[in-house]
Design a binder for this molecule. Sequence first.
Ligand code: NAD
Length: 427
Amino acid sequence: MTNITEKTSPPLSYAKSSFPNPWATYLAQVDRVTPYLKSLARWVETLKHPKRTMIVDVPIEMDDGIVRHFEGFRVQHNLSRGPGKGGLRFHPQVTLEETMALAAWMTIKTAAMDLPFGGAKGGIRVDPFALSDNELEKITRRYTSEISIIIGPQKDIPAPDVNTNAQVMAWIMDTYSMQVGFTASGVVTGKPLHLGGSLGRVKATGRGVFVTGREAASRMGLSLEGARVCVQGFGNVGSSAAELFVLNGAKVVALQDQWGTVIDEAGIDVPALMMSAPSRKGIGGSPDLNDAFWNTPCDILILAALESQLTAERARRTTAKLVLEGANGPTLPDADDVLADRNILVVPDVICNAGGVTVSYFEWVQDFSSFFWSENEINSRLDTLMVEAFRKIWACADFNKVSLRTAAYIVACERILAAREARGLYP
Ligand code: NAD
C-alpha cells in the first residue's frame, strides 16, 4: 500500500471562466432566431436546457506519486435528431458553462449540416502541457471510464477538440472497448487510421473553413488570388485552413497563437511553419504584436483559436471584409452587431467549422459498414455537403434579410424543433 497524498489540481471551482460567458452568448443567439421560427417557436425552451450534464471527478496518480483530482464534464445538449456528437477539450479554463455552450453549438451545427446527430461536448480542466504522456493517458482513461455510462456508438460519440488528438481518441476507444468487452470503433471519431479512423479527418475542419470561405468570397466578388488573410490560432483548424488559402493564391499576412504573433505583409511561409512549428512549440511569434494583429490590413480574418476572441472593440478595428469562424463562438454578440453595421460578412462557426463533424460522420458510417473510402472521395463528398448547406443558408439569409448566423440558426432550429415536435413529450 503506497503512502498516498491527495491534491486537487487545479482548485475545484464551478465558477465561470475568465472569458465572457459563452452560454450567455448562445442563449442570446437563440433569442435572436426565435421570432423566425413561427409555430415551432413554442418548443424553443428545449434549446435553452441541456438534456444531460455530467460532472466527474478524475483522480490520477501523477508521476511524482501524488494523487491529483481534476474536474471533467460531458454535456449532451440535445438528442432529438440522433446520438450526441462533439469534441473533448483539455484546457485549464474549461468550465461547465463553456461545455454547455459548446455542446449547444454542436446541436445547431449538426442540424445546419443536416447530419443525423444531436449535440454534445466534453472537457477536462487541466493544462495538458504540464502533464507527461503517461499522466495524459491516465487522465484520458479515467475520464472515459467515468463518462462511459453515457457515451457509446449509438449514444454519444466524442471527437478531438482543443489539445486532444488521434492518440487521445485511441485511448478513449480502447478504454470503452475494455468496459463493454468488444472493440467498439464507432464510440469516437478522429481516431488513428489503423484503428478505423478516416482519411481526410485531420484536415477536415480547416478544409471546411476554406470551402465556406471560398463560397462566401465568390458571392462577394472577392478574389482569393492575392487576398490578404490573418489567422488567429495555428493548431489543427487554423493551420490547415491557412494552408488551403495559400494553395489557392491567398497570402497569410498575420498569424497569432497563444504565445505570440507573427506579422509579415510579404506573406508568411505557412507550409514551412507547419513543418517547423509542431503545435506544442507554437509559431515563435512575439506577444508584443498581439494587439497589432487586430489592425493588420487584410481581406479575410480567420478565427481559429478559442471562443470570445472578437470583441466589439476589435471588430471596430479589423479591416477584413470577410470573417471566417473556424473556432466555436469566437465572436461576441455585440461584436456581431459592429460587423453587421460595417457590412463585414461573417461565416458563422456552426457552418464554417462543420467540416470536422461532417468527416466524423463519414468516419462513423465507415466504421459501421467496415468499408473505407478513398481520400478523394471523402474530400469531394465534404465539398458537396458543405456547398449544399452553405447555399441553403445563404438563400435563407437572402429571403429573411438576416445575417448568415441567424439564417444558419433558422435552418438548424427548424430541423431540431420539427424533430422535437414529431417525437412529442415523454411521458
Ligand atoms: P488546437 O489545440 O489544435 O489549436 C488551438 C490554437 O489556438 C493553437 O495554435 C493555440 O496556440 C491557439 N490559441 C489558444 N489560445 C489562444 C489565445 N488566447 N490567443 C491566440 N491563440 C490562441 O485546437 P483546434 O482543434 O485547432 O481548435 C481550434 C478551435 O476550433 C476551437 O474553438 C475548437 O472548438 C474549434 N473546432 C475544432 C475542430 C476540430 O476538428 N479540431 C472542429 C470544429 C471546431
